[in-house]
Ligand binder design. Structure first.
Ligand SMILES: O=C(O)[C@H](O)[C@@H](O)[C@H](O)[C@H](O)COP(=O)(O)O
Length: 250
């Protein structure tokens, strides 16, 4: 049973079980893909990394969902990446490939990975160009950005007390994917906030404090970077299980 709460910005979708959370977000994915392909002939999605989304990707690639999306029109990017080889277990690209892209037979031309074989600064510069080239003269707006939440309230690789939190360098045509440090590359909050839709997937009691910090505590983006995520002209969804949402009153 879903409990939803619409307030000024985030749409909260709280479910009793993780399975229901995953199905709820998978249904949104399908709906957004239909909307985007009808409007723009394609669906651009920035995938999140870490452990939480793996089950979502496996569900989308399962018989329950694989026929409900026109995958040949879906283009995959990464909200952040670790600076490791694409064969490294820490690679977000590897996780998405194993859980989603390979099972669906997604063509390599539809997948835009960070080239972590390059030095981080070069990889960031090149990925910036990759993103701007993809959108070309069209609006520089992902149709969907998927995000997770760390127990320290980071999202993507926007970590507390780091300079990238203040990187507001998204202009008409310039997008910076700054090197966070020698370990990661991340899309910046201003770029993520251009999306037509952003969806957080957060489950488990270990995330409950971070969820409260981000959604209920006073604004303090240095401490709670995920508070930076507020699409300027798009939807913001939080898909949560009850354990992660325990401190929220709906
Ligand atoms: O590359 C990453 O790890 C993600 O971009 C990161 O922001 C992740 O979403 C959170 O750290 C939550 O990770 P879990 O889902 O593993 O808890």
């Amino acid at each position: 049973m879903e409990k939803t709460a619409r307030n000024s910005a985030p749409q909260l979708h709280v479910f009793a079980t993780v399975e229901e959370v995953l199905y709820g977000l998978a249904d949104l994915f399908v709906a957004l893909a239909e909307r985007a392909t009808a409007a723009r002939g394609r669906f651009s999605v920035a995938l999140s990394g870490g452990g939480s989304p793996k089950k979502l990707y496996e569900l989308l690639a399962s018989p329950a969902y694989r026929e409900r999306v026109r995958w040949e029109q879906v283009y995959f990017f990464f909200g952040d990446e670790r600076n490791v080889p694409a064969t490294d277990p820490q690679s977000n690209f590897l996780m998405a490939t194993q859980a989603l892209l390979a099972p669906l037979g997604i063509a390599p031309t539809q997948v835009f990975a960070v080239h972590t074989s390059l030095p981080p600064a070069k990889a960031a510069e090149e990925y910036t160009q990759t993103i701007t080239d993809f959108f070309g003269e069209a609006e520089l707006r992902f149709d969907l950005v998927l995000l997770g939440l760390g127990d320290n309230s980071h999202t993507a690789s926007l970590f507390p007390h780091t300079a990238v939190l203040h990187d507001a360098t998204v202009g008409a045509r310039e997008v910076f994917v700054p090197e966070l440090d020698a370990h990661r590359i991340t899309l910046t909050a201003p770029l993520l906030n251009l999306a037509h839709a952003v969806a957080f997937l957060v489950y488990g009691a270990d995330k409950a404090a971070a969820v409260r910090h981000v959604l209920r505590d006073a604004r303090d983006v240095e401490e709670f970077p995920a508070q930076l995520i507020a699409p300027s002209d798009g939807e913001l969804h939080w898909f949560l299980d009850e354990a992660a949402a325990v401190h929220l009153t709906l």
